[in-house]
Design a protein around this ligand. Structure first.
Ligand SMILES: [Zn+2]
Ligand SMILES: [Zn+2]
Length: 249
């Protein structure tokens, strides 16, 4: 059982890497098999990990559930006290819209949702394609997901790196006001939905990451930590932790 509680100690948060892709994800390298992921996580001294493969429009529920059952069998072989949660990076691709049927949600220990994979063909796009248009669309999408109660956490919140129309990765997050973000975070704290401190997102948009972190503390929000690992060498959250700490201070 995955227990998510407010914690603002980054050393503590980093001991749970809750965003790891296996080779079942198209972005996951062939080396990302369960046994090697677990061995690497144990070497790094992690306490918990979550396997979070994508649930996009290229897989149906039955095949996904077969994979989940396989990963659960493999994870049960973990020795040495590492907890392995079987999760997914699910898709909230427009306000009120998620792809997966209820049986997929029920099969998962950890439901991490992306709300900003705007580079994918099936993803909803705003009518207004300006940075503010994307900001409003993202706020509405994330808000609807929080209210639905489906999500345990939100992956790489709001980062604009998937938006092809705006190569400046910070163009959209700069359009999100502190009041808008704070209000969403208050709602998420009431609903028990967490925000991810995602290594790549923090480094690529430090200013927004700092705002998210500080507003999260003010609103007693829950954070998770994830490296979004696609390679074995990315599993270790401590590799870039001092960089993350410097940014979030
Ligand atoms: Zn993602
Ligand atoms: Zn991911």
């Amino acid at each position: 059982m995955l227990l998510l509680q407010p914690c603002y100690d980054l050393d503590c948060l980093a001991r749970k890497n809750l965003h790891i892709h296996t080779c079942f994800s198209s972005c996951g390298k062939p080396e990302m098999n369960t046994a090697d992921i677990i061995a690497r996580a144990e070497e790094c001294g992690l306490e918990e990990i979550a396997l979070t493969d994508h649930y996009n429009d290229d897989i149906d529920a039955d095949r996904f559930l077969v994979r989940i059952a396989y990963l659960r069998r493999e994870a049960s072989k973990a020795q040495g006290g590492l907890k392995v949660h079987i999760g997914a990076e699910l898709s909230c691709y427009a306000p009120g819209q998620t792809l997966e049927p209820p049986q997929v949600r029920q099969a998962l220990d950890f439901r991490l949702y992306s709300c900003n994979h705007y580079h994918l063909d099936f993803w909803g796009q705003p009518d207004d394609l300006s940075p503010r248009g994307y900001a409003l669309h993202s706020i509405e999408t994330v808000g609807s997901l929080i209210e639905s109660g489906k999500a345990h956490g939100i992956a790489h919140p709001f980062i604009g790196r998937f938006i092809k129309a705006h190569p400046d990765r910070t163009a959209v997050t700069r359009e999100i006001g502190d009041n808008e973000l704070g209000e969403l975070m208050e709602r998420s704290a009431r609903k028990g939905c967490a925000w991810e401190i995602n290594t790549g997102a923090v480094v690529s948009d430090p200013c927004f990451a700092r705002r998210l972190w500080h507003l999260g503390k003010e609103t007693s929000s829950v954070f998770t930590f994830g490296t979004d690992a696609h390679r074995l060498c990315d599993i270790d959250p401590f590799r870039r932790l001092s960089e993350i700490k410097n940014i979030l201070q």
